[in-house]
Design a protein around this ligand. Structure first.
Ligand SMILES: [Zn+2]
Length: 370
């Protein structure tokens, strides 16, 4: 009765409904994309306890008032609560048969393989490049399909990446962009655009669960080897063909040779662009490589500076391109000055040029105590 409206479809039927029930689908991010995806998957009877299926949710964030504009799993009453637990209770209320599994954590190099190993299909609802590459590389390594989605302004993209059966995300975009690409927190988006792409992701995940990858007898073709693009400003919509690349950094090697990208502070507007000495201590202890940069004048540097820092006065940093080129884009830059103003200027300049840069606000009196 409950699923009658979809069971009646020849593409689904009883066998398809059973396939959905036993599917194990993991959604990364309970945000603008994850919210509609999770709601539609749960409503459709995906991941039922009695069938051995499940729906997983990975998120380490709490609900903020500014999320409600597009993250339709949440209400005003949820502000400040963990997204995973709120999402789980909302979804459980929608369908008590669903086996909801939550991972209250940020996806990282250390946990991604273990988390992914309990699932058959991954939905990428993340909002930053570091996570998208991590998801891709781990999924190629494990042979799992990833239903990709991304939004910016009025534009949205969706695709299925599956290294085992076709191209992966790196076949399309081999490496993260050099220049700073704004995410939706910076550039903005309309809630419905997230709803549209998240819904496409739910549909694609269901199609994969229905097992129609090879068998297109029912005319169901997943977005594998295709990139769906739409611009809602005037509904320019196209589906591009994507080839698997012979020189893809991950598809061209064997799965066990794939080295997962190192976790690093996110290039993301929601990540704090400012740090204090305690954050610096934490970064130092994490073992993540980073560059400490002092942008003060030579006489200030001579009076004392942080150990291990590189010295480039702000004036030189802003005008000399060869100085920028000498800095590594592979690791975050932690920039400081005397009062945080010049370093803020430097961070803005570095971010414009594609560097992960953070403004370290140094309390010099605290430093003397340390
Ligand atoms: Zn590839």
């Amino acid at each position: 009765m409950r699923y009658a409206r979809q069971r009646v479809l020849p593409e689904i039927g009883d066998a398809g409904q059973a396939a959905l029930a036993s599917a194990r689908i993991l959604v990364i991010g309970a945000g603008g994309l994850g919210s509609p995806a999770l709601l539609y998957l749960t409503a459709a009877g995906v991941g039922l306890k009695q069938a051995g299926g499940c729906i997983g949710i990975v998120d380490d964030d709490t609900v903020d008032l500014s999320n409600l504009q597009r993250q339709i799993l949440f209400t005003e009453a949820d502000e400040g609560s963990a997204k995973t637990t709120v999402a789980a209770s909302r979804l459980q209320a929608l369908n008590s048969d669903t086996d909801i599994r939550i991972f209250q954590t940020r996806l990282s190099t250390e946990n991604v393989l273990e988390i992914f190993s309990g699932f058959d299909i991954i939905i990428d609802g993340s909002d930053n490049f570091d996570t998208k590459y991590l998801i891709n590389d781990a999924a190629v390594r494990l042979g799992l399909p990833v239903v990709y989605g991304s939004i910016l302004g009025f534009e949205g993209q969706a695709a299925v990446f599956w290294g085992k059966e076709g191209p992966c995300y790196r076949c399309l975009y081999p490496a993260r962009p050099e220049s700073h690409v704004p995410n939706c927190a910076e550039a903005g988006t309309l809630g419905g655009i997230a709803g549209m792409i998240g819904t496409i992701q739910a549909v694609e995940a269901c199609k994969l669960a229905l097992g129609q990858v090879h068998c297109q007898a029912h005319g169901l073709a997943p977005l594998l080897g295709k990139l769906f693009l739409t611009d809602a400003r005037h509904w320019d919509t196209q589906t591009l063909h994507i080839e698997k690349r012979d020189d893809c950094p991950v598809c061209s090697i064997t799965p066990d040779q794939i080295r997962l990208p190192d976790a690093k502070p996110q290039q993301c507007a929601t990540a704090p662009a400012a740090m204090n000495l305690n954050d610096l201590q934490g970064l130092f202890e994490s073992g993540i490589p980073f560059t400490l940069l002092d942008v003060r004048e030579p006489h200030e540097w001579a009076n004392g500076h942080l150990e291990g820092a590189l010295h480039i006065p702000l004036g030189r940093l802003l005008v000399a391109p060869e100085v920028l080129d000498s800095l590594s884009r592979q690791e975050p830059l932690v920039v400081y000055c005397q009062h945080g103003m010049r370093s803020a200027r430097a961070v803005g300049h570095l971010r414009e040029h594609g560097y992960d840069a953070f403004n370290l606000l140094v309390d010099w009196s605290q430093l003397n105590e340390l």
